[in-house]
Design a protein around this ligand. Structure first.
Ligand code: HEM
Length: 462
């Protein structure tokens, strides 16, 4: 059976979409979903296959699982599977007139402005910043101690993102207010806000104050840049030069909104994947030794750390890819069906919420051998399990809304763990942490503290 038919499926011919068993009256599967959405949805795939429906309270959801289903999901045009309605909770954070507040074509134009800021030439500059920030971070750790890993990775990736994406001036203002405002914006993402983004609760009021504060800060920086004419190489500057198709420049509010979109999409997700990478590597000592050997090999030859040297670290890259597979930071992507959507012999009706789950799809045993095992070599030839289908791995989404920052994220994670694994040994005294499904980006359950000790060998860096 394929998704492509010579004649369209009529509603009379369509089969009923299989339903996940075990839902309760009124609430459906809400309780199990809140507890552990991945176990619930994985059961659904095992029992019902690549398309099944379930209810969370009054809302009907349908999950698409596996490459063929992902293909249908990501290819569907925006007027059929719609992201905008689902992401309304981001509007007070990113601001009016940008991203999910505007028509999809306009959002695409705004996101498109970011591409030049992520070009290879830009990445070469960013890599230097990634190393510099990680060196400073490593210096501050001292000889040994204990660190709250998710917090540490959050702090480091905020510094890197603020310098690369927002600019040196914002980086300089981190402790003088920006970090706090960013934190208040992040707290604006909560379950109530998902349904009622403007409900008058303290968290939403702080979020709105923080949004105004960030716009004031960014506007001041842009005014100074325009006044001094000093060149800068970051996303903010790229957006200041950008023009819409009709020749119009972006307003300060729009630039602030697009920058916040990139920051929100890229920072916390990177911090979480960096955390999982360290956790998995410290419990796989033989693979960790290979990562370190590769660092020695690459940097014995290379004169200094660079874009090229980072790119050549495939052993580390496969470890990160494996963490992306086992612990995708975004476990669910959601769209609203606006026009009937056909898949195989099924039709999804308008109003349904359609989902894919990287966390469920990345553990399909017919795609990934022994899927629960950490085995980065699955991405090396001959297995090359990630290449069997372009939608086998979907942590960075697909189709029109596919992530634009995957390369940035990988370079950043590689720079961080190249430096930190060269300097320190890490160990986890507690059990390997379970995922925390209570947060919109799925990191390990906290507290998640690791011990570190400076390695006796002389560092090959600096
Ligand atoms: C590990 C790190 C990251 C992960 C797992 C990730 C994941 C994703 C996913 C799944 C989407 C699609 C969302 C959807 O379809 O609903 C997305 C979109 C996006 N990502 Fe990333 N991302 C990461 C890092 C970054 C970085 C570093 C940046 C910026 C430099 C970035 C910028 C964006 C933007 C702007 C979009 C929206 C694209 C659009 O809707 O057209 N991401 N990301």
């Amino acid at each position: 059976m394929t998704t492509v038919r010579s004649t369209p499926l009529s509603p009379q011919e369509a089969r009923a979409i299989p339903e996940l068993a075990g839902g309760w009256p009124l609430i459906g599967h809400l309780l199990d979903f809140q507890k552990d959405p991945v176990s619930l949805l994985s059961r659904g795939w095992r029992e019902r296959g690549d398309l099944f429906r379930f209810r969370l309270g009054p809302r009907e959801f349908v999950l698409f699982t596996g490459p063929e289903a992902h293909d249908c999901y990501f290819r569907a045009p925006e007027d059929q599977l719609h992201a905008k309605d689902v992401y309304q909770f981001t509007v007070p954070i990113f601001g009016r007139g940008v991203a999910y507040d505007v028509a999809p074509e306009l959002m695409a134009e705004q996101v498109g402005f970011l591409y030049p800021a992520l070009s290879e030439a830009a990445m070469r500059r960013f890599v230097r910043i990634m190393f510099e920030e990680t060196w400073q971070f490593a210096d501050a750790l001292g000889e040994d101690g204990e660190v709250d890993l998710p917090h540490a990775m959050n702090e480091l990736t905020v510094k890197i993102a603020s310098r690369c994406l927002l600019g040196e001036e914002v980086r300089a203002q981190l402790d003088a207010g920006f970090a706090e405002a960013y934190h208040e914006l992040q707290n604006g993402i909560n379950t109530l806000g998902f349904f009622f983004p403007n409900f008058p609760i303290p968290a939403h009021r702080s979020r709105d104050r923080a949004r105004r504060k960030v716009e004031d800060l960014f506007s001041r920086i842009m005014a100074e840049r325009r006044h001094s004419g000093a060149p800068a190489d970051d996303m903010m500057q790229t957006l200041m030069h950008a023009r819409y198709k009709d020749g119009r420049a972006l307003s300060d509010n729009e630039i602030t909104g697009v920058l916040l979109t990139a920051l929100f999409a890229g920072q916390h997700t990177s911090a979480v994947l960096a955390t999982w990478t360290a956790l998995e590597l410290q419990r796989a000592p033989s693979y960790l030794a290979r990562v370190r050997d590769e660092v020695q090999d690459v940097y014995r030859e290379a004169e200094a750390m660079s874009f090229e040297s980072l790119k050549s670290q495939v052993t580390l890259e496969h470890a990160i890819r494996e963490c992306e597979r086992l612990h995708p930071p975004l476990i669910l992507l959601v769209r609203k069906v606006l026009k009937p959507l056909h898949y195989k012999d099924y039709i999804l009706s308008p109003g349904t919420l359609a989902m894919v789950s990287p966390a469920v799809s990345h553990r399909l045993p017919h795609l990934f051998a022994d899927p629960d095992r950490f085995n980065p070599d699955r991405f090396a030839p001959p297995a090359s399990e990630g290449k069997q289908h372009h939608y086998a791995l979907i942590s960075f989404g697909g189709g029109k809304h596919r992530c634009i920052g995957e390369h940035f994220a990988y370079m950043q994670l590689k720079a961080i763990w190249t430096v930190l694994l060269d300097r320190f040994d890490f160990s986890l005294d507690t059990e390997f942490p379970e995922p925390n499904y209570g947060s919109w980006v799925t990191g390990p359950r906290e507290p998640c503290r690791v011990r570190y000790r400076r390695r006796p060998q002389a560092s090959i860096f600096r």
